[in-house]
Unconditional design. Structure first.
Length: 293
């Protein structure tokens, strides 16, 4: 557990960050995976003066951002789950949810192997994840005592992506909008919905006065690190676009392109995901570049 500001705490483990925002009443921003909640729950038990958790807020409907919801509901049965309307639709589909929790099981095994959880974790068997309240651009989430989270549409990574800004402490919870941190220097660009939208979202988020970037995975960014992160996010996306465009222009077939990109990106922290998952991500990057040319 790390206290980031008077009103924001970070819980979880090194791969999955959960942010508790508020004092008397609070929201948890980012819902992670089952293994991440296992880490959070132990930290929660050790805390004194805990706030009442009123909301569980997810950024978008990818398995590594929603599979922790059932375990969080067990911890906080009075809390409401908040997400975009698009995410609500995805989370109601049984086939998708089944696939999500298969990936969640594999992620739990990775966290166990890294020593981030102590025991084998079994993912829940459910057919849907219920969203209690939907959010959209311009909404705000009231946390009492004048504290509010602003809801920001952040397309590009996925059609259902939202970011959340906490103006009181100038904290931006941007989730995956800037990419995944392979290392402290390298980012995996994740413009799975659309390249141009992804770039525009990063530029827009850069415009908010920010002291802390609450990134969903790996390390956070503070103060002077923030601009550097955003610039790396832009360059990683532009570089990926240029590389894919060059390979296409050189007549390389898609299987060859996938091998090159997989070798480039499947390093460091990204290896917590299965090769199948990352190959599917790379297919999306290639498709989005083709659409933009």
């Amino acid at each position: 557990m790390i206290k980031l500001t008077e009103n924001v705490m970070r819980l979880g483990n090194r791969h999955f960050n959960f942010f508790v925002v508020g004092q008397k009443e609070a929201a948890i921003v980012e819902c992670g995976v089952t293994g991440g909640v296992t880490s959070l729950s132990k930290q929660w038990l050790q805390m004194e003066g805990k706030p009442a958790i009123r909301y569980l807020i997810t950024s978008h409907a990818h398995f590594d951002h929603v599979c922790g919801i059932p375990a969080l509901r067990d911890l906080y049965p009075q809390a409401q789950v908040l997400a975009s309307k698009e995410a609500q639709k995805v989370l109601s589909k049984t086939k998708i949810i089944n696939n999500f929790f298969q990936q969640d099981e594999k992620m739990s095994a990775v966290l166990l192997a890294e020593g981030l959880v102590a025991d084998k974790i079994t993912s829940p068997s459910i057919e849907a994840i219920v969203v209690d309240q939907t959010l959209e651009e311009g909404d705000s989430i009231d946390l009492r005592d004048g504290l509010r989270l602003q809801v920001i549409a952040s397309p590009g990574h996925s059609p259902c992506s939202l970011a959340y800004y906490f103006p009181t402490d100038q904290v931006m919870f941007l989730s995956d909008a800037g990419g995944f941190q392979i290392s402290d220097e390298d980012l995996f660009p994740v413009f799975f919905q659309g390249y141009e939208m992804y770039i525009e979202t990063i530029k827009r988020l850069m415009g908010f006065p920010t002291r802390i970037l609450g990134i969903a995975h790996e390390r956070l960014c503070v103060k002077s690190e923030i601009e550097s992160f955003y610039m790396r996010a832009l360059e990683s996306a532009r570089s990926a676009f240029r590389n894919i465009e060059t390979m296409l222009n050189n007549g390389m077939n898609e299987d060859e392109m996938k091998q090159v990109l997989f070798s480039t990106y499947y390093q460091g922290n990204l290896r917590i995901y299965t090769p199948e998952n990352i190959n599917a991500c790379i297919e999306l990057l290639i498709r989005r570049v083709k659409e933009s040319l």
